[in-house]
Design a protein around this ligand. Structure first.
Ligand code: UDP
Length: 317
């Protein structure tokens, strides 16, 4: 298939682009390089530099694309609270420009990078796709609005759409890995501390109602996550919008993650206790039963493999 990958110079978009090329697809990446990296775009993919608003219509028009995989987004929760307008504009506004460009060009399939942040503070665990969506920040709210727009475009324009709601993505896939200028995520920060870069790892809260007092999160390897996109692409059906959670179905605590990082790196990682981070729920674990049952997807890599691949990637740079 001929595929447009928006945000293909970013972490997850670059991994999925590589996997699509490995599967024999033709890949064009559209990315404004605001947070992505030109050299993260895998060899064999063509890069068009631009925003969706400026360039989606030009790239898609008359070019015979079969589908779009949409990753381009702003994704920092804290920044979204400080600048909600930026998140509505970049995430929802630019996505609407993309959807209109697809409609004009007659491209009928999309796989969208949604997020666990659409659910907000869960009422029960593991989280099901049918659970209430009550995002607690503009990042999650803007992603949820895109899910809603996709459902409407499916209902009213016959679009075939799949939203994949990611939980905690980690690891690397060959040359593609996590390279955020502003890094807020636990595993890359712990591994940077293991490298001796930066300060001790701060554990955000040890008084949660969990077995060791630290937050539980559902970690998923980026290569497993990527495979789900290829399955979702095949499963897009005209007029239907489907939502699937993507996680491993189990939770690991912050303390457990740090211990795995110590084992994998063989280094003594300095850790200090800190206060809770605003907006962090105690437990965020996905039910991935729907995607297992419907698309036959299951994770193949455990937390040790995620940390190990992220460590190899970090040291290669
Ligand atoms: N966390 C931490 N120290 C850090 C970064 C994260 O204790 O330097 C905790 C955070 O409070 C959360 C978990 O690690 O409980 C995962 O956070 P991350 O930012 O990686 O992902 P999130 O779950 O927020 O999407």
């Amino acid at each position: 298939m001929k595929l447009l990958v928006t945000g293909g110079a970013g972490y997850i978009g670059s991994v999925v682009s590589a996997q699509l090329l490995e599967a024999g697809h033709e890949v064009v990446v559209l990315d404004d390089l605001s947070t992505g990296h030109e050299d993260a775009v895998p060899e064999g993919a063509r890069l068009v530099r631009g925003t969706l608003r400026e360039s989606a219509a030009d790239v898609l028009g008359g070019a015979g694309f079969d589908a779009v995989l949409h990753f381009a987004a702003k994704s920092l929760v804290g920044e979204s609270v400080e600048k909600p307008g930026l998140y509505w504009d970049k995430n929802l506004g630019e996505s609407l420009a993309l959807l209109e460009a697809m409609r004009t060009a007659g491209v009928g399939r999309i796989v969208f990078s949604s997020t666990a942040a659409t659910y907000g503070e869960p009422e029960s665990t593991p989280i099901l796709e049918t659970d209430p969506t009550r995002p607690t920040n503009p990042y999650g709210a803007s992603k949820l609005a895109i899910d809603t727009a996709l459902a409407e475009y499916a209902r009213l324009h016959g679009l075939g759409g799949v939203s994949l709601r990611y939980f905690n993505v980690a690891g690397a896939h060959g040359r593609q890995g996590e390279r955020h200028a502003v890094e807020t995520h636990l595993i890359p920060n712990v591994l940077r501390a293991a490298l001796g870069e930066g300060a001790a790892v701060r554990v955000f809260g040890e008084d949660y109602p969990t077995p060791d007092g630290t937050c539980l999160r559902d970690y998923i390897h980026v290569a497993d996550l990527g495979r789900a996109h290829l399955l979702a692409l095949e499963a897009c059906a005209p007029g239907v919008h489907e939502i699937f959670n993507l996680g491993s179905g189990t939770g690991n605590s912050v303390r457990e993650v740090i211990e795995v990082c110590r084992t994998v790196t063989g280094r003594d990682i300095p850790v200090e206790a800190g206060p809770r981070r605003a907006g962090d729920p105690a437990v965020l674990v996905a039910s991935s039963e729907k995607i297992r049952a419907r698309l036959g997807w299951k994770p193949e890599h455990d937390l040790t493999a995620m940390v190990s691949d992220a460590w190899t990637f970090l040291r290669s740079r």
